[in-house]
Design a protein around this ligand. Sequence first.
Ligand code: SF4
Length: 442
Amino acid sequence: MKILYQTLGCKLNFAETSSLADSLRHAGHETVHRGEQADVCILNTCSVTDVADQKGRQAIRRLHREHPDAKIIVTGCYAQLQPERVAGIEGVTMVVGSNEKDRIQSIIEVISSSSASPSKNLYRFSPEYYTDLASPQGRLSEAGRRFHPSCSKEDRTRCFLKVQDGCDYFCTYCTIPMARGTSRNAPIADTVALAQKAIDEGAKEIVLTGVNIGDFGRSTGETFLELLHALDEVNGEVRYRISSCEPNLLSDQIIDFVASSRHFAPHFHIPLQSGSNEVLKIMHRRYSRELFQERVERIRSRMPGAFIGVDCMVGVRGETEEMFGDYYRFIEQLPVCQLHVFPYSERRGTRMVDMDLPRVSNEEQRRRVEVLLRLSESKLAAFYAAHRGEQATVLWEAAGKGNMLTQNSTRQKTMSGWTENYIRVSAPYQKEKINQFEQIWI
Ligand code: SF4
């Protein structure tokens, strides 16, 4: 079968789609790309916000329009949380829950060996795989406790290694624990073997991904710190990035280890979500802003040039103008480099929708997003400016977009890459440097 893949959402989804494509290629199926004819389209969806759900529906319609004869299989978080809704969209052949992606290969075999159109509602054969949003006790099925390792190879340079899945935290606004199940992982030895294989196949940068990766080890009796130590022992020229870690799990030991490790980049991504302690309580987050500040200061004291990105949500129920002002002032003085700003979105099945708290209007949410994005721009510009003229190690990834003006005023094609502390740089294109590390002056 000729199979076209499309992924929406997070790095974890990209890693999983890539592993799925790999195993289907090994089973003899061909991967095709947009614009080529496909027998099957597999869409891996996200459901982090209403907008993500909407993008999922749009993607299904577009795939059906562009490939009217192809079978369309929809998987991922949106499929997991709203299977009936997804199954009802014209063109959808099957809905496969995020916890049963490993069944896709056998589903493809059924499709390829049968001329008859398979049942549209095949997902009904295994309702235990799906999330019952109406039943808080029945949210997490047994199937949601299996771990499927994966490692994406989107390009030659970088790959996303899934080290953990699921979450036990149940923040009041979040559907992810319902879509992805409880926290779980593969043993350290298996994860390190997967990383070593990726390195042997040419990966130069590995991003550790997961839903709540600081919680690694819950299902195997190990710890995230032990995983970092083991990964640091691999052979090969490689660097790692940690995609995101909850502040309450980002211990002094982890920060100190990254500062002294051989392979880990000084790059942190920490979800703050709100800089108001009152809002953090509404969200049921497990830290105060004082602890967050402490974590950031610890990183700065050990790695002064580290990149620190921060997730920020605005406009949750009950977030008043005063609380937002407090939030803004807290981040303003925080020595972080960039903010990833999201408006709160009401999600069926979460506890926040039942809270008797006033809602923030869409217009006000947009205003708060804008205010934080402007703060983010100035923080990023200041971070870049502070590192101009410094020496850094860049991994050249690919040809850059557009040309650059060189010193003798000629226009040249560019290549781009990232420094260890996540500064995007570009230079005149030299093919032999792609996928190589180089010492440069920024
Ligand atoms: S920590 Fe909270 S926000 Fe993050 S995945 Fe778990 S429940 Fe969702």
